[in-house]
Design a protein around this ligand. Sequence first.
Ligand code: PMP
Length: 303
Amino acid sequence: MEDRGIWFKGSIVPVADAKINVLSPTSQFGLNVFEGIRCYWNEEQQQLYAFRLQEHFDRLLNSCKLIGFSCPYALGQLREYFLETIRFNSYRQDVAVRMTLFIDGEGSWNSVAPVEMFIAPIAKSRTDVTNLKGLSACVSSWDRIGDNCLPPRIKAGANYINGRYGHLEARRNGYDVPIFLASNGKVSEGAGACLFIVRNGQLITPSLTSSVLESITRNTILDLALEMNLRVCEREVDRTELYIADEVFLCGSAAEVTPITSIDRVPVGQGLPGELTVKMLDLYLDVVSNKSPQHGGWLTKVY
Ligand code: PMP
């Protein structure tokens, strides 16, 4: 285990000391909401940049509201504790930060308190663009969870069990990742990432009512695409469009921009990472590490 300090229930403690009750609802039922936030190190500027903090905190608070417990911290405190935790660990490299609000104590799946929080940074490098291979995907036989059963708009721990089923099935059958369809048969998203297809130069992504998480990276890519004068469209996407797309990629805070090079063994385009996909990944990595000054508004300096 990496030797690091974790913000846990009000103070920073060694990771080995951040322990919870096995009977807590978060432990028993996955009763928690969380964010995965990336920070990128810029060597020239000797600075670490957190990407789109405000949007992550907004989504975290929406998740609290929807799952039915209240966040004990104001926005300013979330921000302060987040920065304090990274600074405590003196990171000078890329990191991924798990920020989780959970139901502690000895309750049940219907408990609404006590709400506690942890903030756990983990060293994680960005995608190596010089060694970009792309992933094989399959259309999962499992449906994506839906708004009227287990809303994917909430970033809740329990939702990831759906992703787990799809992922394990994909790996068992020799694929890298699953692509989920929603219960109406339309394309939804990946197990932990949203999805874009490129057709005739247009970027298309399932709408926010397609059983997807309201992804911050998806939103970033839509903005960047418009700046690149590309045509973009948020709409329902058919399964068959996956097989005839020129390019397909996943996106997310963890996935960044990940090319999909085959779906159900059908090559996507030439079966290599697509040109636009690679261009988008390059731009994305510049933006998140403050090498693209006009996007500084999305970044928070850690030091
Ligand atoms: N969909 C799911 C199911 C996810 O878990 C994630 C990762 N948070 C995403 C999409 C991408 O969201 P974001 O760009 O905000 O990281």
